[in-house]
Design a protein around this ligand. Structure first.
Ligand code: DC
Length: 230
């Protein structure tokens, strides 16, 4: 396995369960690398759109995904910055529309395969925290610790609403609930790499927990396994 060189913690789960923030917090605390695999699907969908590919051109999107120049870095203020061919797409990929586009192209096997090597390349010493839908089941099946992060649908819609307020104007809580439900369905029922809990994943429910408490819970689980000093 190309990623055996570094320990991997996978954090999978549905939209809005807090995977992104928790993964970032854990990676920072550990000083490990971070893979935001959802961002790769979002960028792939956006790149296809910008290249003028037909919305159903699966092969075209897969070829594009294999060759995209994506750079994950930080703005001067420390916030995340994602560059596609040198262009800042950080805001563009975070809209609900971009999320829906990502969920659609993510159902295509060739595109998922095209992003595989790119994801494995993130597993470098001292370690990797990988956030997504199939991190523990398909991309890093040998991960040292697998978390399946869940939260109630109401709580997830509310969090997404709070996140998007001011960024994606005109979005309503009711519309977000419907979109999250539709995305859950599409992500969980697709034949390739559906969102399912890996058999050896530990379920963490973040409905009533703050970010710091979730990071702490995962930290303790890793320490119990001897992955790091508690
Ligand atoms: O985590 P996110 O909302 O940024 O992900 C956007 C979409 O990308 C999500 O609806 C499904 C897809 N995705 C995927 O299929 N596999 C992953 N490992 C990560 C995301």
């Amino acid at each position: 396995m190309p990623h055996a060189a570094a320990p991997v913690v996978t954090i999978d789960g549905p939209s809005g369960a807090g995977k992104g923030t928790v993964s970032r917090g854990l990676a920072k605390r550990l000083g490990w690398h971070l893979l935001d695999s959802g961002a790769l699907y979002r960028v792939a969908a956006l790149a296809g759109q910008r290249a003028g590919l037909a919305a159903n051109d699966q092969d075209g999107h897969a070829v594009l995904a294999a060759t995209l120049k994506i750079v994950f870095s930080a703005h001067p203020d420390g916030s995340e910055q994602i560059l596609l061919d040198g262009q800042d797409v950080t805001r563009a990929i975070r809209s609900e529309e971009a999320g829906a586009g990502a969920s659609r192209v993510a159902t295509w096997p060739a595109l998922r395969q095209a992003l595989m090597a790119r994801q494995h390349a993130f597993a470098r010493p001292p370690g990797l925290v990988a956030d997504g839908r199939d991190m523990g089941t398909v991309v890093f099946p040998g991960a040292a610790l697998k978390i399946f992060l869940v939260a109630s649908p109401e709580e997830r819609a509310q969090r997404r609403y709070n996140q998007l307020k001011g960024k994606d104007s005109g979005v309503s809580l009711a519309a977000l609930s419907r979109e999250i439900e539709a995305r859950d369905r599409q992500d969980s029922t697709r034949p390739v790499s559906p969102l399912v809990r890996a058999e050896d994943a530990i379920v963490v429910d973040s409905t009533r927990l703050g970010i710091a408490e979730v990071v702490e819970a995962i930290w303790r689980l890793g320490a119990q396994r001897g992955l790091w000093q508690g």
